[in-house]
Design a protein around this ligand. Structure first.
Ligand SMILES: Cc1cc2nc3c(=O)[nH]c(=O)nc-3n(C[C@H](O)[C@H](O)[C@H](O)COP(=O)(O)OP(=O)(O)OC[C@H]3O[C@@H](n4cnc5c(N)ncnc54)[C@H](O)[C@@H]3O)c2cc1C
Length: 399
């Protein structure tokens, strides 16, 4: 099928994997995000519900829409469902909570289990982790500041520049970071390092760059994530690829922490790292997609977005450069429970598509679920599109 045959509006393809009952439930859920009181009190109500033994209700509603299960085993159903439509799963351990060396060790072990599950498994094309899951954000912030002030380009130099009390935690965190990247490359599993707040990102970038340069010799196993809502990211991408030290891998996103970034820049009085407006973010996002595709010989890219225009641009460039569609070096990704009209129609047209499948104990993934509910509220605009598509498919099936 050619790009011109690709339509994101084909709801019969988008929702073929959903029963009528699933669709009615999804409609109810997306409608409920429109009630501001539910968004405000929902997270504490959800926690209270878990304590009151009503976990089952949450698990069968919002959790089921956006999460694969409470552990890797429970995700098997989601993995198989997606695989039936040719869509890959990215097991995303989404537990957010206390920061301690024990928790970081436990998270590192869990991510290693996702890598082991992905090894040799065509249905799980990528692994992923968040650096703040394996290392304290205080240490990452201090390391990032040291890197920026001293213009450090070699991650081995950071430790000695940190205050003595932070050095052991940096060393342990860095060791976990490299353990995950090494395990992924040894298992021939591609791994995404998620992008986080800008004041933590310089340290994440430096560790990821080191991992890419040492492990991406024959192909990209380690991928950094670039948030194109930052006005410095396009130049960063171009500079890094121009160095030509290895195969580069990038997951391109727009960025999830805009309000937090702007508020911190204002309160601390430094230049806002975020683009002036959405158009500028869109422009840089599409330029980054174009740049990566132009450099496809050395750059692997995952176009991670719910934006139809950017997804379409990716498909047009795959065709323009006559690249094989069935090759993970150029792929597309969305979150479970969102933008199925993009994921399933892209996959139906032969492109490589994956979905983040978040998992973890219900109580621990409530912050993740809260963000999805907020993102899908009427205010954010996404709700209109998801709900309209679900309603259209319900109507089409009744006709
Ligand atoms: C598979 C996947 C993986 C992801 N991984 C990460 C990750 O590692 N790190 C991370 O931060 N996020 C991540 N995200 C979330 C992502 O950054 C976006 O928040 C989300 O996908 C919405 O952007 P969009 O491109 O899908 O859609 P769109 O609706 O086209 O864009 C919305 C985005 O545009 C930007 N924006 C909106 N208004 C403005 C404005 N006024 N000025 C400037 N920019 C504006 C914001 O980034 C906003 O989120 C991921 C998303 C997906 C699908």
């Amino acid at each position: 099928m050619s790009t011109t045959d690709l339509s994101f509006q084909n709801t019969s393809v988008a929702f073929a994997h959903k029963s009528n009952g699933d669709l009615v439930k999804a409609r109810w859920l997306f409608r409920s995000f429109n009630f501001p009181a539910l968004l405000t009190y929902g997270p504490s109500m959800a926690k209270a519900a878990v304590f009151l033994g009503l976990k089952f209700t949450i698990k069968k509603t919002i959790f089921q829409q956006f999460c694969g299960g409470e552990n890797i085993e429970e995700c098997n159903v989601a993995i198989q469902n997606l695989a039936q439509s040719g869509i890959g799963t990215i097991l995303d351990y989404s537990v957010e909570g206390e920061e301690s060396e024990e928790t970081f060790d436990a998270t590192c072990e869990e991510v290693l289990r996702t890598i082991a599950r992905a090894k040799g498994n065509g249905d799980i094309p990528f692994s992923v982790f968040k650096t703040t899951g394996i290392m304290s954000s205080d240490v990452l912030e201090a390391a990032s500041s040291v890197i920026e002030v001293n213009q450090i380009v070699d991650s081995s130099l950071i430790e000695n520049l940190l205050s003595e009390n932070l050095q052991p935690a940096w060393k342990q965190g860095y060791a976990r970071f490299m353990k995950l990247c090494n395990a992924a490359a040894d298992s021939r599993v591609r791994i995404f390092v998620d992008a986080e707040e800008s004041w933590l990102q310089s340290a994440i970038d430096l560790m990821t760059t080191y991992a890419m340069e040492t492990l991406n010799k024959e192909q990209a196993w380690v991928y950094n994530t670039l948030q194109m809502y930052r006005h410095d990211r396009l130049a960063y991408l171009e500079r890094q690829v121009a160095e030509g030290k290895c195969h580069y891998g990038y997951k391109l996103v727009r960025g999830a922490y805009m309000e937090k970034e702007r508020a911190r820049a204002t309160s601390k009085g430094y230049q806002d790292p975020i683009q002036p407006d959405k158009e500028a973010t869109d422009r840089d996002y599409d330029s980054a997609v174009t740049f990566c595709l132009e450099n496809h010989n050395r750059v692997a890219v995952c176009i991670a977005t719910h934006n139809e225009k950017s997804s379409l641009l990716g498909t047009q460039l795959v065709n323009q450069y006559q690249l094989p569609k069935a090759d993970w070096r150029v792929s597309f990704s969305q979150l479970l429970g969102m933008s199925d009209h993009i994921s399933f129609n892209l996959s139906n047209s032969g492109y490589k598509v994956s979905k983040y499948v978040p998992y973890g104990p219900v109580l621990s993934v409530i912050p993740y679920l809260t963000r999805r509910a907020q993102e899908n509220s009427g205010m954010a605009g996404q709700m209109g599109r998801e709900l309209a598509l679900i309603e259209e498919e319900i109507k089409r099936r009744k006709a």
